[in-house]
Design a protein around this ligand. Structure first.
Ligand SMILES: *Cc1c(COP(=O)(O)O)cnc(C)c1O
Length: 405
């Protein structure tokens, strides 16, 4: 198995990119879908921004180093990777905050309709933000299981909010079909791309999506708490009113006027001063993913996950797959159900195989194709088999829960 893996690595056109990341020794990292790895260039870039741009040039850097335009510049680099035009994407805030802005804006664009439709089991923050708006009397939250979503789109639905690749199972929604169904019902659509952006092809333009948000610290390798990105289709930009009317989203922030006039286009999504260190780190990650290319990344991601499954099969590992078996139907991850998933995950981490656990019984492995090797798949599968066979996960130390999983 390991020989076959090494042969695949030799033939892997993306193999050379592994060296562009600073990876810890002795770790097989299958959690790049939760926190992406550190690009080698990031510390150098951050040191320059801190020492030169901040330390020496100080406030002049807003102009001389182009700080003021960084949210737009990095947004424009993300745009082609999600099928958007460069002026349709901006980097700002967190996914959660961007959800609040865009759900609010969508509700205002559909007067007389109050329902925001999503699915039960969507990523919690998506559901909580709708709930917060409901408590303010601005929305009603409506949840329908996957197969009932199209049927739940009635004349009260202002917005359909879904996550393209499900965080637990990796299952993909049919973006074009659901976008069409929502539009046919007179609703707008907001896609959460947190688990697909930077790993899978997404074409917001072709499917006619209205809004989207996505994460900077997962497949884009922007670092912990990296700023998120938000997309507003060109046709909605002039009418868009978002409630966080901070000064950076003003048409002329430095006119210091008493009254708010939104900036043209997607710039009005800005609220406060952009976190330049965070955006600079994100830019390195985005540049690297753009250089490798979404097409090659997606092909390799599918090959890695299929090879991992094959290695598990050959070792007679009986784990219950909850991700779609067809790689075309899932994101860049494989999730398995096991009643002792938590302890198994901890036992694997102790062996240097970092995946993650998701409540209540999901063992999740993410395959960030930019830096993983086929050899890692064979080795990870060996560790999974050994952990299960040895029963070492039964140790007390692996069963105690910690705060962040
Ligand atoms: C990771 C993730 C988020 C993260 O939201 P933040 O506010 O940036 O922490 C949101 N939605 C989904 C689907 C995610 O997977």
């Amino acid at each position: 198995m390991i020989e076959r893996a090494r042969t695949l690595d030799v033939g892997d056109p993306l193999a050379r990119y592994r060296d562009r990341f600073d990876l810890p020794e002795g770790v097989i990292y299958l959690d790049g879908n939760s926190l992406g790895c550190l690009p080698r260039e990031t510390p150098t870039r951050l040191a320059k921004v801190v020492r030169e741009e901040w330390g020496q040039d100080l406030i002049r850097s807003w102009n001389t180093a182009g700080w003021i335009a960084m949210p737009q510049r990095v947004g424009a680099k993300i745009a082609p990777m999600i099928g958007a035009k460069s002026h349709e994407v901006i980097v700002c805030d967190s996914v959660s905050v961007n959800l609040f802005k865009l759900i609010s804006a969508a509700l205002q664009m559909r007067p007389g309709r109050k329902a925001v439709l999503s699915e039960p089991g969507n990523f919690p923050t998506d559901l909580y933000i709708i709930e917060g708006l409901e408590k303010q009397g601005l929305a009603t939250r409506r949840l329908a299981p996957r197969d009932a979503i199209a049927g739940a789109l009635d004349g009260d639905v202002a917005l359909l909010l879904l996550t393209h690749a499900h965080y637990k199972t990796g299952e993909l929604f049919d973006m074009p079909a659901l976008t069409r169904a929502a539009h046919d019902a007179g609703a707008l659509v907001l896609w959460d791309l947190s688990h697909s952006g930077g790993a899978l092809p997404v074409d917001l333009g072709e499917c006619g999506a209205d809004f989207a948000v996505g994460c900077g610290y997962k497949y884009f390798n922007g670092g912990p708490g990296a700023p998120a990105y938000a997309f507003v289709a060109e046709r909605h930009q002039d009418a868009l009113q978002q409630p966080l009317t901070g000064w950076m989203g003003h048409q002329a922030p430095f006119a210091f006027s008493d009254d708010y006039t939104p900036a043209p286009g997607v710039d009005r999504l800005l609220c406060g001063t952009p976190p330049i260190l965070g955006v600079a780190a994100l830019e390195v990650g985005v540049d690297l993913i753009a250089e490798i290319g979404i097409g090659p990344l997606h092909s390799k991601s599918q090959a890695l996950s299929e090879f991992f499954r094959q290695c598990l099969r050959e070792r007679d590992v009986a784990l219950d797959l909850v991700s779609p078996a067809d790689p075309a139907q899932r994101g860049s991850q494989l999730s398995f159900r096991h009643p002792e998933a938590y302890a198994i995950c901890q036992a694997l981490i102790a062996r240097g195989v970092i995946g993650d656990f998701r409540e209540p019984d999901i063992l999740r492995f993410g395959f960030a194709p930019a830096y993983l090797r086929f050899e890692d798949m064979a080795e990870a599968a060996r560790h999974v088999a050994e952990v299960l066979e040895s029963g070492e996960w039964r140790r007390d130390e692996f069963r105690e829960r910690s705060a962040v999983t």
